[in-house]
Design a protein around this ligand. Structure first.
Ligand SMILES: [Zn+2]
Ligand SMILES: [Zn+2]
Length: 431
């Protein structure tokens, strides 16, 4: 067995395989390592890849005959609806210059989640939004009449896959002991491996270029068990965006969410270390499935000072999101108020205890800052601003991660001694 490629993790000298102990040993520093640990450090990790089979079924001729396509001359949106529904304005930009078009291409949705939230309910949610929000800009304080309220089916791709992850970490346990003269830092080095499987179902990625992904991701999730098979009649009275971002382009977003979810799940099983760093990682999923669906969204726009603000309401659950900004002035006033209040109380208490000093005031100041940030953060949360989601763990099946391999191998220990209190250069010695 040639072992020349394996270098000692402790001193970097070439190691040998010891047939008696079954370990890799270092002739220079006498360290011995389990084969599995050396393998994890030096074996090249196979490249990860996540594959999806993308659908390509288009509308049947009989379906196309019952449908009408439109194109917006203003914003370019391509839309379809059921044949007897007349579109008078674009659901995205409100322009009336929306012209009939031919149905061309486009992937046929397999399923549709019907609207449950009525126009009245959506309108009520919109009106209620403006109540009790402390950081709402003043322009939204009154006259929140709806410029447009549109019933829109947004095309989504739903991604299913069985993913496997294999991650190797460098981990350290660090502790510091002090004697009168010396500060002794001991670092134990470990190599850690975790492998596991995680299945995902129906990770939604929106296939509309017109709608910001942050908006669509903020009104997730949808209950797909309530979906019905697609047929043109389901679109009556609503418009559907004619999927313009194909599944291949949306794949990246789904892959990113799968990778983040499995990476976090594996990382959460590595415990008891001071630091943990990823050394290598491979995430693989073969023959994932993609299902095209239409999901219901109420799109509401309101115009303030010449600017259009968009509100989106999940047509099934009523979840609302929007692009209303935070009033920075009000956020500052709230933050400053909380800060001053906590500082004032802190100073009062310290004065009463007779402990008013720069050190204790600094601690009170930090506490006041944390309180101010927490209050302002909470108030910003009330605004339900659209933001993207990094994980797909909400779409994991079978209780999430199924851990399949787990090892934590101790490698070696390093000790650093540092002389304290004297003004000399700190001395460092390794043992
Ligand atoms: Zn060595
Ligand atoms: Zn338009």
């Amino acid at each position: 067995m040639s072992t020349i490629a394996y270098k000692c993790p402790n001193c970097a000298c070439p190691m040998n395989y010891d047939g008696v102990s079954g370990k890799m040993t270092c002739p220079a520093c006498d360290s011995a390592f389990d084969l599995e640990a050396v393998q994890a450090m030096y074996a090249p990790q196979e490249e990860g890849h996540i594959d999806f089979e993308t659908p390509n079924a288009t509308y049947a001729a009989s379906e196309a005959a019952q449908m009408q396509a439109y194109q917006c001359k203003n914003c370019g949106a391509a839309l379809v609806t059921e044949g007897t529904t007349t579109a008078t304005e674009c659901p995205y930009c409100g322009s009336p210059t929306i012209l009939p078009d031919r149905i061309e291409g486009g992937i046929r949705p397999e399923m549709v989640v019907p609207f449950v939230v009525s126009r009245e309910e959506a309108q009520k949610k919109f009106e209620e939004y403006f109540k009790g929000k402390k950081l709402l800009p003043n322009i939204f304080k009154k006259n929140n009449h709806i410029a447009e309220m549109r019933k829109l089916y947004v095309p989504y791709w739903l991604f299913d896959c069985d993913a496997k992850g294999n991650v190797i970490y460098n981990a350290e346990k660090r502790r510091v002991e002090r004697t009168d003269e010396w500060e002794i830092e001991t670092i134990e080095y470990y190599i850690v491996r975790r492998a596991g499987a995680m299945s995902f179902e129906n990770i939604p990625v929106d296939g509309s270029v017109k709608l910001d992904n942050r908006i669509t991701e903020s009104i997730e999730p949808y209950d797909l068990s309530k979906a019905v098979p697609f047929q043109p009649a389901v679109l009556a009275g609503a418009m559907a965006d004619h999927a313009d971002v194909d599944a291949d382009e949306c794949k990246g977003r789904a892959i990113e969410r799968v990778e983040n979810s499995i990476t976090n799940a594996l990382r959460n099983t590595v415990k008891g270390y001071t630091t943990v760093k990823e050394r290598s990682k491979a995430i693989t999923a073969n023959s994932g499935k993609v299902t095209p669906v239409l999901l219901p969204v109420w799109l509401i726009t309101t115009v303030k000072d010449g600017q259009t603000y968009t509100f989106a309401i999940n047509g099934q659950t009523g979840e609302l999101t929007c692009d209303v900004p935070t009033d920075k002035g009000k956020a500052f006033v709230w933050g400053a108020g909380v800060f001053a209040g906590v500082m004032g109380v802190g100073a009062g208490v310290l004065a009463a205890l007779g402990k008013l000093a720069s050190g204790t005031m600094l601690i009170a100041g930090i506490a006041a800052l944390i309180a101010a940030l927490a209050v302002v953060g909470g108030l910003i949360g009330q605004l339900k601003q659209a933001s993207s989601q990094s994980s797909a763990s909400g779409y994991a099946r079978d209780g999430g991660l199924n851990l399949q391999a787990e090892f934590d191998h101790y490698l070696y220990t390093k000790t650093n001694r540092r002389k304290i209190e004297k003004k000399e250069e700190p001395q460092s010695k390794e043992a």
